[in-house]
Design a protein around this ligand. Structure first.
Ligand SMILES: Cc1cc2nc3c(=O)[nH]c(=O)nc-3n(C[C@H](O)[C@H](O)[C@H](O)COP(=O)(O)OP(=O)(O)OC[C@H]3O[C@@H](n4cnc5c(N)ncnc54)[C@H](O)[C@@H]3O)c2cc1C
Length: 258
């Protein structure tokens, strides 16, 4: 089974990053890390490969930088990576990103595509579903458990009240939640091996895509304003004079939680 895992490189959340003052786009430093969300997808792919043989290919779009994030995923055990880095992709929104990732996955001919449910920096949470639509394969989303069946894949889809069991044949896409598995830490041997693993760097034209349909012009999405998160307000202290519980119930009713 050939498994493609979508892996996004993001600026290290531990170090503050800059926004371009005009476009509001993130200025991506050369040192980027693998989005923590995608460690779960990589681990799921590795467990499936270990159970039934196959190949795990990482697919990533964005400025390659020094590929630290990609090497982190290769060090976990993935076999190779494909990264699409092209100036034409500047200003890509979620749909442009999905078009590029879908084209790269198609080129690889994957049986199963794995993605996180939402990234930690953009968090639109729509890219996996868009990829499945573009590849015309079923999407099993929000997997909190997974299992390979004889002909395909079965997951437990997290819902607000519990979970649904959903299954389908291959090819298919699954998006995985944090908690689906415990991602492994790369071993020293894995880190050394990752340096030798193949990484294909592609452009938009390598994928046969028209530059106008991706990047900013194909995005249909623009950032018009960015504002800091308001600082948290101090809570309200209710002194109990014997009637405090009534005041708490009143506030809960106002907040429509009871
Ligand atoms: C204003 C703006 C400017 C941008 N400029 C650029 C640019 O100059 N160059 C560029 O390459 N991109 C650019 N992007 C694309 C951006 O970095 C995201 O990849 C894209 O918008 C996806 O959105 P998200 O992170 O919210 O996806 P979500 O749907 O929240 O992500 C869900 C999952 O999809 C997968 N995924 C999402 N994005 C990627 C990715 N890029 N590679 C691999 N897997 C992924 C991951 O598995 C992730 O866990 C830009 C986006 C915006 C909105």
């Amino acid at each position: 089974m050939k498994i493609a895992v979508c892996v996004k490189q993001i600026p290290d959340p531990a170090t503050p990053y800059q926004l371009d003052p005009t476009t509001h786009w993130v200025i991506r430093p050369p040192d980027q890390v693998m989005d923590d969300t995608d460690r779960y997808g990589v681990e799921v792919a590795l467990q499936l490969k270990e159970a039934s043989e196959g190949e795990v290919v990482l697919v990533s779009m964005g400025p390659a930088g020094n590929m630290q994030g990609i090497r982190q995923a290769l060090a976990m055990g993935a076999d190779k990576a494909v990264i699409i880095d092209d100036a034409e992709l500047k200003g890509s929104g979620a749909l442009s990103t999905a078009k590029v990732l879908a084209a790269a996955i198609k080129r690889e001919g994957a049986d199963l595509v794995i993605a996180g449910t939402e990234s930690s920096d953009g968090y639109t949470g729509v890219v996996p579903q868009q990829i499945s639509e573009l590849l015309d394969v079923p999407a099993l989303t929000f997997a909190r458990k997974f299992e390979k069946t004889e002909t395909g894949i079965r997951i437990e889809r997290q819902t607000q009240s519990g979970y649904d069991v959903v299954e389908c044949g291959l090819p298919a896409l699954i998006s995985v939640t944090a908690g689906v598995v415990e991602p492994r830490y790369p071993t020293f041997k894995g880190i050394m091996q990752a340096k030798q693993k193949p990484v294909d760097q592609l452009t938009v034209s390598d994928l046969g895509l028209d530059g106008d349909s991706v990047g900013g012009s194909g995005s249909g999405q623009d950032i018009t304003e960015v504002s800091p998160v308001p600082s948290r307000q101090a809570g309200q202290v209710i002194e109990d004079d014997g009637e405090g519980h009534l005041r708490i119930v009143e506030l809960l009713e106002q907040a429509k939680v009871v």
